[in-house]
Design a protein around this ligand. Structure first.
Ligand code: PEP
Ligand code: MG
Length: 834
């Protein structure tokens, strides 16, 4: 039987059946493809995506399906069911109708039974309210644009709350409120009794924000629906806890618009990449045009559009952004903690905000493209924020804009975006991919609101030679575009709108530093030989072919660490052997004749890869990461070893295994490598091929002798070794002083490794401490013979080593190892070191 199918999705099976009975009365015996997906069972209220999927399949046919849904989660479950359909073309035959379920079903059933097309059936359903509206006379909703803030009839429950939060009801409290309300089978609305604003639907972040609820304002909450009282109680409890926020008592200064120095958080910014950078403040924009008010070009030109197809595109783009947000939330939670990750929950709530999705859908149904409809809806929501009285809450409009931009980028294929112009990039944090895309000719410095010296964004800033400060606090994100900034990445100074005389002083210092750097660069091709005649191999840490070219130009003695994970991140599947071989070869060829040490994939922990492992870990830094993960995915490791072995036939090449804890792990890698050599060359090992491990786990440092015979070299990863030794997370802005590799505890581990290695294997350091002016010298005095640093740091590190007398320094070390902490070591040595 052909004809449009109809699916009724409801929280209540009884309600759905009754609605179907009513519609059947109108059909006068004509037949119809109709299925019901309602209730979790006969009596339990709820919706179930699998049930909906089965109903869709049951009535699907060449003419397609129209779905009518009742409240809130019925829509979400239906969207999920569409995502679950194994036949993607099937999704294009489905129209989700916004019509009210009883009136819509009656109208749709009559139309479908009379042979109408899917578009006609959907249009009939959508128009089903008109008769009733005409009869009663149209009434405007008190909440502009949506009407969804009004509860039908008398509320079943009502209560008042006072906003205690310092910044009022801002993005994160709102996100928690919306999430909580969605868990209940009830409809809630809020009214600001202090200002008279509202009502606002409690499921709409934008409407809630437009209440302008500041600290001290009284709000009235009204609830209807089966779980009205329960939902109201939950909201009152949440409100009493400050909506789960910790900003009840703390005071954060407002954005400094015209003052000279940002005291952005209690610690102040921290210098993480040396040098001075001056320029106007720029921000990361996902879609630059949308910020300038220009709408992106509609994908299909201005001709007639298939509204369903456009809606489907918008849905797909929102789902893609949802996945990105989930990934960011997971990595942020692992790196910075739950509080910081909460912003992504707020962004997800914006993504589902009916005050944005509703108008966007309406615009698309009226003939606009998905891009156009979405941009208009987002712009209207941003304007609602702009009209708020409180400046902090006004700034929350940035969050709406940021989410809007991300969806638009997905729609237009605009990708990850970039800085809003040339100057100083001010950004919360940077992903490796974003940092790698920066052009240092355009970006004179980076100000990270979050992060610390060993966060990956900071490492990448150093490797690209861009001055940077980290941990500047989220307040810097509110600076107006083009604010004049001076960044000193050596001292951690950030100046905002400095007076002209100060600006010229910094310009002069920057010029002096540039002269000094030029002098160091002029000699960087020469070996680094200390004053007492010891040769130190200064190698480079690489994350791209460009890094390798830079390192060769700046006189690297080789590459001590190629972070191959940059090839594996930000994609949906692992690269194949050929792709890897090609990239590794390009890197090796950029450094002809020099040994290049490739680290096998080091992901997990702070570098999650979505396609590799999804099981959540309570503490990913102590979880399945580095070699633990690659041994658990042997094919992945085999592919990588195969690609490296192929390149090793033409170039001196090291393979380095990360996060090793026991010699047994390395033995397993040996077995895999032997297999690969057998398959590739009949078991012949390329003469220039070496195998080594990273020492990042304290236990591995203490038993380093156990690796003798298994390795040609070890490289100490002081970033991880320090965080594990001091139990101080490497990216934690407040723990950066504690997590200093010059702590005597860490230095003793380095000493133990050098002792174990003497005459058995070479010992290098490739953590960030290698480039630290003092730590680099101390590490070499302890017996390390190879330092690997970011390419940009090569000339300065070599220049400093030429000034050091390692024999004299070594004599001071026993006393240093007995000191209580890194600060004491630094002050003991700073007076005697150049
Ligand atoms: C280290 O831990 O010191 C290291 C070099 O590895 P990564 O920073 O890539 O974790
Ligand atoms: Mg590491």
């Amino acid at each position: 039987m052909n004809g449009v199918g109809i699916v009724v999705v409801s929280h209540s099976r009884a309600l759905a059946r009754a609605a179907v009975d009513l519609a059947a009365q109108m059909l006068a015996g004509r037949s119809l493809r109709l299925a019901v997906a309602a209730g979790l069972d006969e009596t339990t209220l709820g919706t179930d995506a699998l049930q909906i999927m089965a109903a869709l399949k049951k009535v699907d046919g060449p003419d397609g399906v129209v779905v009518l849904m009742d409240l809130g989660s019925a829509i979400l479950s239906t969207e999920l069911a569409l995502d679950l359909l194994d036949d993607p073309t099937g999704r294009d035959r489905v129209t989700l109708s916004p019509a009210p379920i009883v009136e819509g079903l009656v109208a749709a059933a009559v139309a479908a039974a009379s042979g109408a097309s899917r578009a006609e059936v959907a249009a009939e359903a959508a128009a089903a309210l008109q008769a009733k509206q005409r009869h009663l006379g149209e009434q405007d909703s008190p909440v502009a644009g949506t009407g969804s803030g009004v509860l039908p009839g008398e509320p079943a429950a009502r209560g008042d709350i006072t906003v205690e939060n310092l910044h009022g009801l801002h993005a994160r409290p709102i996100a928690r409120l919306v999430t909580l309300v969605r868990e209940h089978d009830a409809q809630l609305s809020l009214r600001n009794l202090t200002t008279g604003a509202g009502p606002a639907a409690a499921t709409s972040p934008t409407q809630l924000a437009s209440l302008g609820a500041e600290r001290g304002h009284r709000l009235q909450v009204e609830a209807t629906g089966p779980a009205a009282q329960q939902a109201l109680n939950a909201v009152l409890t949440l409100a009493r806890s400050g909506f789960g926020d910790d900003d009840l008592l703390t005071s954060v200064p407002a954005a400094p618009a015209a003052q000279a120095t940002v005291a952005a958080n209690s610690l102040g910014p921290q210098g993480v990449s040396p040098g001075i950078g001056i320029g106007p403040a720029r921000f990361w924009r996902t879609v630059p045009e949308s910020r300038n008010g220009a709408l992106p070009t509609p994908r299909n030109g201005s001709g007639p559009r298939d509204a369903d197809a456009e809606l489907r595109r918008l849905h797909g783009a929102r789902e893609a952004v949802r996945r990105t947000l989930a990934r960011l939330a997971a990595s942020t939670q692992a790196e910075l903690g739950a509080a910081e990750a909460a912003i992504f929950a707020a962004h997800e709530a914006i993504l589902d905000d009916p005050a944005i999705t509703g108008p966007a859908e309406t615009a698309i149904r009226a003939g606009h493209s998905a891009e156009d409809g979405w941009t208009r809806a987002v712009a209207a929501a941003e304007q609602a924020f702009a009209a708020l009285a409180d400046s902090y809450q006004r700034e929350r409009g940035h969050d709406v804009g940021a989410v809007g931009d991300q969806v638009l980028a997905e729609l237009t294929g605009g990708g990850a975006g970039g800085p809003s112009g040339q100057g100083v990039l001010v950004v919360r944090d940077l992903t490796p991919a974003q940092a790698a895309s920066l052009n240092r000719e355009h970006i004179t410095a980076i100000v990270l609101a979050r992060g610390s010296a060993s966060s990956h964004a900071a490492i990448l800033a150093r490797s690209r030679g861009i001055p940077a400060v980290a941990g500047a606090g989220d307040e810097v994100l509110q600076l107006p575009e083009a604010t004049a900034l001076v960044v000193d990445g050596t001292t951690g100074l950030l100046l905002v709108n400095p007076p002209e005389d100060m600006l010229s002083r910094y310009r002069a210092t920057a010029a002096e530093q540039a002269d000094c750097a030029a002098a160091e660069q002029a000699r960087s091709g020469e070996p680094a030989v200390t004053r007492d005649g010891r040769r130190v191999h200064v190698q480079a840490n690489l994350g791209s072919v460009q890094d390798a070219l830079d390192a060769a130009r700046l006189g690297a003695d080789g590459a001590g660490l190629v972070r191959t994970e940059f090839l594996f991140l930000d994609r949906t599947a692992a690269p194949g052997v050929d792709e890897q071989e090609q990239l590794y070869r390009q890197i090796a060829e950029a450094m002809p004749g020099l040994r290049v040490t490739f680290r096998t994939l080091d992901v997990g922990g702070d570098k999650p890869v979505p396609y590799l492992r999804s099981a959540p870990e309570a503490n990913p830094f102590l979880g399945v990461r580095g070699v633990r993960l690659t041994l658990a995915s042997p094919q992945l490791l085999r592919d990588q070893l195969t690609a490296l072995v192929r390149v090793a036939h033409e170039h001196p090449l090291g393979i380095m295994v990360p996060m090793v804890s026991t010699p047994g792990e390395l033995q397993q890698v040996h077995v895999l490598l032997a297999d690969v050599l057998q398959a590739e060359t009949g078991g012949v090992r390329p003469p220039g091929l070496e195998l080594g491990v990273m020492i990042e786990v304290p236990a591995a440092a203490l038993k380093a002798a156990a690796f003798a015979g298994l390795v040609d070299f070890v490289s100490i990863g002081t970033n991880d070794l320090t965080q594990y030794t001091l139990a101080a997370e490497r990216g934690h802005a407040e723990l950066s002083a504690l997590g200093d590799a010059l702590d005597p505890g860490v230095l003793r581990l380095v000493e133990a490794v050098c002792h174990a290695g003497a005459g058995r294997f070479r010992v290098g350091v490739c953590g960030e401490a290698a480039a630290d002016p003092l730590a680099g010298s101390v590490l070499t005095a302890l017996g390390v013979t190879e330092l690997s640093v970011s390419p940009a740091a090569l000339p300065a590190v070599k220049a400093r080593l030429r000034e050091v007398d390692l024999t004299a320094l070594a004599k001071l070390l026993p006393a240093c190892l007995a000191l209580p902490d890194a600060a004491a070591v630094r002050s003991a040595l700073t007076s005697v070191q150049p």
